[in-house]
Design a protein around this ligand. Structure first.
Ligand SMILES: [Zn+2]
Length: 87
């Protein structure tokens, strides 16, 4: 009986009070959103380039979505995330 009580206690520690599937979902979404917020893209009309604003250093540069160039912010060298929109 003593052993059973200890196992129950361990389970309580692993999951905080009120933890459920919604929390897990929200946590995962927050992580994805964090990834996406590392850079912002806007189309440069009449060209196949995008204007990318690095959210790390706010530097703006021209980005080619098909060649994925440059792969890093030319100013602070943070990786440019993959552009998921329509080219
Ligand atoms: Zn940067």
């Amino acid at each position: 009986m003593e052993e059973q009580r200890q196992q129950q206690k361990a389970a309580e520690i692993a999951r905080p009070a009120g933890w459920d599937k919604d929390d897990e979902y929200l946590e995962r979404m927050a992580k994805i959103r964090k990834e996406e917020s590392r850079a912002q893209f806007t189309k440069i009309s009449g060209t196949e380039y995008l204007k990318c604003t690095c959210t790390n250093c706010k530097f703006s540069f021209r980005y080619h979505p098909l060649r994925r160039m440059p792969g890093k912010c030319p100013y602070c060298e943070v990786d440019v995330p993959r552009f998921k929109g329509v080219f």
